[in-house]
Design a protein around this ligand. Structure first.
Ligand SMILES: Cc1cc2nc3c(=O)[nH]c(=O)nc-3n(C[C@H](O)[C@H](O)[C@H](O)COP(=O)(O)O)c2cc1C
Length: 214
């Protein structure tokens, strides 16, 4: 193989992370088209592309979903506020504070995108979501490349899946896989998300076989 460095810049990929302080300024529609056009380059099983992307800006749609989001947030995390703030949980104080901020303000993000899959059957398997989450990451990377922040969220449908589907007017065989609020960042930088060193999670040939990174 030629030892060639392709002229590709992975900065946008490396610096896409959950950003939860979003300004309410609108995002130009041509940018949204361009971001969604990158999203749909993502992978899907059998290349079925059985998806749809619901873009929501209407406060009347956002309002009830934001309330359900807050209820989900409260039930799963908010109720342990003191422990999270004391840094006694896996989530950590910083993540808690920013996620709490998003929960309180999510409807102010100017654009919400719901990635939707159709025809997933009655018993979705563990890999069902793989047919859309790659495309969702594409969306977030493309947004970041345009200076637009985002976060993949899941708490919006907590106990209200059917109501969300109805509000969005989804066909019977469709369901949402995330809610991605988009907005220009109000706080926070596009920096690499923190992760343990890659050597600690890579296994060579068999689980447990580690190698130092040269
Ligand atoms: C399946 C899934 C569900 C998530 N749900 C939420 C959510 O409801 N609210 C939220 O603020 N972040 C949510 N996140 C974002 C994660 O908290 C985030 O990806 C993680 O903390 C890493 O953030 P970082 O890349 O900025 O380090 C979710 C992520 C995934 C993959």
């Amino acid at each position: 193989m030629p030892d060639e460095v392709l002229p590709l810049d992975l900065t946008a990929v490396r610096t896409t992370r959950a950003m939860r302080y979003l300004r309410s300024d609108p995002i130009p529609e041509d940018l949204l088209w361009s971001i969604l056009d990158v999203a749909i380059r993502g992978p899907s099983g059998g290349n079925r592309q059985n998806w749809g992307w619901v873009v929501v800006t209407d406060p009347a749609t956002k309002r009830p979903i934001a309330e359900w989001y807050r209820a989900g947030w409260e039930a799963l995390y908010g109720k342990d506020r003191a422990r999270h703030l004391a840094g006694e949980t896996e989530l950590g104080r910083g993540n808690f504070v920013s996620a709490d901020h998003l929960a309180r303000t999510i409807e102010h993000a100017p654009v919400w995108v719901f990635p939707v899959l159709r025809d997933i059957g009655a018993a979705p398997g563990p890999r069902t979501g793989a047919s859309i989450y790659g495309a969702v990451q594409n969306l977030m990377i493309a947004a970041r490349a345009h200076g637009i922040a985002s976060a993949l969220t899941s708490l919006y449908s907590f106990g209200h899946e059917d109501e969300v589907n109805r509000l969005l007017g989804l066909p019977e065989d469709a369901r949402t896989f995330a809610l991605v609020p988009l907005g220009y960042p109000a706080r926070g930088e596009f920096v690499e998300p923190r992760r343990p060193p890659v050597e600690t999670v890579v296994h060579w040939e068999r689980w447990g076989e580690r190698r130092p990174r040269e």
